[in-house]
Design a protein around this ligand. Structure first.
Ligand code: ADP
Ligand code: ASP
Ligand code: MG
Length: 428
C-alpha cells in the first residue's frame, strides 16, 4: 500500500459535478488500497473573481487581507470535496493550510514554504481517513498570519506534502492530459510527452507554461518528488517529470529517455516592456536604474541596451517585467528621473514572449537559426532576444504570439498528427 498525493486544480473542481467526479477518483484510489492525501485548488476561476472583487473595493488591497480573502477559495472546495467523499461512504477530513502544518515565510502573496509539520494529517491517515488539504495557503509563525504561495501555488502544496509524507508519487490533475510540447490551447497540434526532465520543465514553467507552477517543480527537484501531470477528465497516463537522478537511473536500467533537441515551446503574454529613452552613456546608469526597479519589488526578465548615438552620448535601455509590477516600477523610475538623467520613459503592454526550450541545445548548433527563419518566413518581427543554456526567447507583438508558436512548433518537427484534447477550464 502506497501513499499517493493528488492535486486537483480549479478546472477539475469547477462545479458540483466536477467535485463529484474528483471524489469518485479519490475513492477509486482509496479502494485500490492506497492512502490518499489530496491538495485542492479553489473552484474554477474563484481566485480571479476574488481578486476582481478586491480591486473594486481597494486600489491596492492590504497584502494581509488579500491573503485572507484568497485563501477562502480553497476552503470552499476542500470542505465540499470532503463531503462528497463522505457521501460515497468513505471517511474524509479537510484541513486548512495552517491545520496541515504548511509553515511559510511572511511574504504575503508569494510566501515560500519553510517547513511542513503534517501531524494532524498523519493522525487522520492512521485512522483510515482520506486527507484533503486546502492548496495555495500557509501560515507564518512570527506574524501568526495566513499567507498564500503565489498564483498556481496549489501545485507547491501538493509537492511539499508529497515530500513531507514521503509519498510514492505526486499526481497533479488538470484539464489537459499532461505536459505538451506547447500549450494545446495555443498550438492544437501540440504533442503530449511521456516524460520531461525537471530542468526543461523549469524553463517551460518559468516562461509561461502554467500547467505546472515553477516553485512546485523546483521543490520536487530538490526533494526528489516524482510528479505525474495528468487529466482528471480522462484516465490516460500523463507526463512524468523526472529529476536528474531518476533520469540517470532509468538510463542505467537501459531505458534511455528520448532526448529531442527541442522539448517544447512556451508562450507568455503576462509581461510588459519599459523603455527608458536617452540614458546618459556613462558608467553606473544601468546600476541606478535596476536598483530603483528592484527596490520597487519588480522582477526584471529581459534587458536590452542599444548603442548610444555618438552625437548625444545617450542610449536607450529596454526591459521586460511582469505586467503586475509595471506600475510600481514606472512610478519609482519617474520619481528618480532628474537624478538618473534620462529623457523619457515608454510603457508597452502589448508584447508577447515565445521561448524554445531543450536540453539538447547545449550540444547542437543551428537551433536559434531555425527559430529566426521560421519567424521570418511568417513575417513576424522580433523585438528582443535572450538566451540561456537550454532556452531561446524572443519578444514580439502579443497578437502575433499564437501564430508564432504554431510556425515554430512546426519548424522544430514537434507537430502531432492529431489535435490535443483540452477538457475543460477557461484557460484564465
Ligand atoms: P489547474 O487549474 O488545474 O491548475 P492550469 O490552468 O493552471 O490548471 O494549467 C493547465 C493549463 O495549462 C492547460 O489548460 C493549458 O492551457 C496550459 N498549458 C500551458 N502550457 C502547457 C503545456 N506545455 N502543456 C500542457 N498545458 C499547458
Ligand atoms: N487558486 C489559486 C490560483 O488560482 C492556486 C491554484 O489554483 O493553484 O492561483
Ligand atoms: Mg495551475
Amino acid at each position: 500500500m502506497a501513499l499517493i498525493v493528488q492535486k486537483y486544480g480549479g478546472s477539475s473542481v469547477a462545479d458540483a459535478e466536477g467535485i463529484l467526479r474528483v471524489a469518485k477518483r479519490v475513492v477509486d484510489t482509496r479502494r485500490a488500497g492506497h492512502d490518499v492525501v489530496v491538495a485542492v485548488s479553489a473552484m474554477g476561476d474563484t481566485t480571479d473573481e476574488l481578486l476582481d472583487l478586491a480591486a473594486h473595493v481597494a486600489p491596492v488591497p492590504a497584502p494581509r487581507e488579500l491573503d485572507m480573502l484568497l485563501s477562502s477559495g480553497e476552503r470552499i472546495s476542500m470542505a465540499l470535496l470532503a463531503m462528497a467523499i463522505n457521501s460515497l461512504g468513505f471517511e474524509a477530513r479537510s484541513f486548512t493550510g495552517s491545520q496541515a502544518g504548511m509553515i511559510t515565510d511572511a511574504h504575503h502573496g508569494s510566501a515560500r514554504i519553510v517547513d511542513v509539520t503534517p501531524v494532524r494529517l498523519r493522525e487522520a491517515l492512521d485512522e483510515g481517513a482520506v486527507v484533503i488539504v486546502a492548496g495555495f495557503q500557509g501560515f507564518n509563525r512570527d506574524t501568526r498570519d495566513i499567507t498564500t504561495l503565489g498564483r498556481g501555488g496549489s501545485d507547491t502544496t501538493a509537492v511539499a506534502l508529497a515530500a513531507a509524507l514521503n509519498a510514492e508519487v505526486c499526481e497533479i490533475y488538470s484539464d489537459v492530459d499532461g505536459i505538451y510540447t506547447a500549450d494545446p490551447r495555443v498550438v492544437p497540434r501540440a504533442r503530449k510527452m511521456d516524460r520531461i526532465s525537471s530542468e526543461e520543465m523549469l524553463e517551460l514553467a518559468a516562461n509561461g507554461a502554467k500547467v505546472l507552477y515553477i516553485r512546485a517543480v523546483e521543490f520536487a527537484r530538490r526533494h526528489g518528488v516524482l510528479i505525474h501531470a495528468r487529466s482528471s477528465f480522462s484516465s490516460n497516463e500523463g507526463t512524468l517529470v523526472i529529476n536528474e537522478l531518476l533520469s540517470e537511473k532509468l538510463r542505467a536500467e537501459g531505458d534511455p529517455m528520448e532526448e529531442p533537441i527541442v522539448a517544447g515551446v512556451a508562450t507568455d503574454l503576462s509581461h510588459a516592456k519599459i523603455t527608458i529613452v536617452g540614458v546618459p552613456d556613462v558608467p553606473g546608469k544601468a546600476a541606478d536604474i535596476f536598483t530603483i526597479v528592484a527596490k520597487a519589488g519588480a522582477n526584471v526578465d529581459m534587458i536590452v541596451q542599444n548603442v548610444s548615438a555618438a552625437a548625444t552620448g545617450r542610449a536607450d535601455i529596454s526591459f521586460t517585467l511582469p505586467m503586475a509590477d509595471a506600475t510600481l516600477a514606472i512610478n519609482a523610475l519617474i520619481a528618480s528621473q532628474a537624478e538618473v538623467g534620462f529623457e523619457s520613459l515608454q510603457h508597452d503592454d502589448g508584447i508577447g514572449k515565445l521561448s524554445v526550450v531543450g536540453a539538447g541545445m547545449r550540444t547542437n548548433a543551428g537551433v536559434s537559426a531555425k527559430l529566426f527563419e521560421a519567424l521570418s518566413d511568417a513575417g513576424i518581427n522580433i523585438e528582443m532576444i535572450s538566451t540561456s543554456e537550454i532556452r531561446i526567447s524572443v519578444v514580439m507583438r502579443g497578437d502575433k504570439l499564437p501564430e508564432a508558436a504554431r510556425v515554430v512548433h512546426t519548424a522544430y518537427g514537434l507537430d502531432s498528427e492529431i489535435d490535443a484534447a483540452v477538457h475543460g477550464g477557461t484557460g484564465r
